[in-house]
Ligand binder design. Structure first.
Ligand code: C5P
Length: 208
């Protein structure tokens, strides 16, 4: 059963690309960022101290992957808390177990996140690392916020992204980095269609 692992920093376009790939190949798709966001939301809703790893482990254990609501979980504030609690090793282990079970679904699965090719699915048939310059990612994130009726300014969004990258790349457990055998796709000067065609060429060559 093929697994396609897609990693990269925030707002690089990996979510859109992952959904497009899953649609094209008829595979299941899991945005693993939503699993960290769901734990963050559970902690916030219940008023838990955000550094209490035991409570975070409980929240992760109770998670139902079929109930991840992107519309609710995509809030910027939840992403911030998600990246702060994502440093907790025992909590990560719970989520990684659930993500690995998902990756074995028939007839194939696409998982996107930060550590899919390195930790969650090191044996994935295809590994992509999707990135773009910080400026391009900040502009895309700002467009997304505005399209959803929100407001923000470029410098604040850019500073948030840079801080998030540093936290995700700098943590001890499962830091964001390309797997040694990942194919790099830089979407700085690519639209979604071009990124999809680049990914498709890599996937078709690996799966044939
Ligand atoms: O991708 P998204 O912005 O939804 O992820 C939110 C946070 O969850 C990330 O900043 C990262 O800290 C964490 N995360 C992670 N490992 C993953 C996916 C997300 O640590 N596989």
């Amino acid at each position: 059963m093929p697994t396609i692992a897609i990693d990269g920093p925030a707002a690089a376009g990996k979510g859109t690309l992952s959904r497009r790939i899953a649609d094209a190949y008829g595979y299941h798709h899991l945005d693993t960022g939503l699993t960290y966001r769901a734990v963050a939301k559970a902690m916030l809703d219940q008023g838990f101290a955000l550094d209490d790893e035991r409570l975070a482990v409980d929240a992760a254990r109770g998670l139902d992957l079929s109930q991840l609501d992107r519309a609710v979980l995509s809030a910027h504030a939840i992403g911030e808390v998600a990246s702060r609690i994502a440093v907790m090793p025992d909590m990560r282990r719970e989520l990684v177990e659930a993500q690995r079970r998902f990756s074995r679904r028939y007839p194939g699965a696409v998982l996107d996140g930060r550590d899919i090719g390195t930790v969650v699915c090191p044996d994935a048939e295809v590994k992509l690392y999707v990135t773009a310059s910080a400026d391009v990612r900040a502009q895309r994130r700002l467009d997304e916020i505005r399209a959803n009726g929100g407001s923000g300014d470029f410098d604040t969004v850019l500073a948030d992204l840079v801080k998030r990258d540093a936290r995700d790349m700098g943590r001890a457990d499962s830091p964001l980095k390309p797997a040694a055998d990942a194919h790099l796709i830089d979407t700085s000067e690519m639209g979604i269609e071009a990124a999809f065609q680049a990914a498709k060429a890599i996937i078709d060559a690996r799966l044939k």
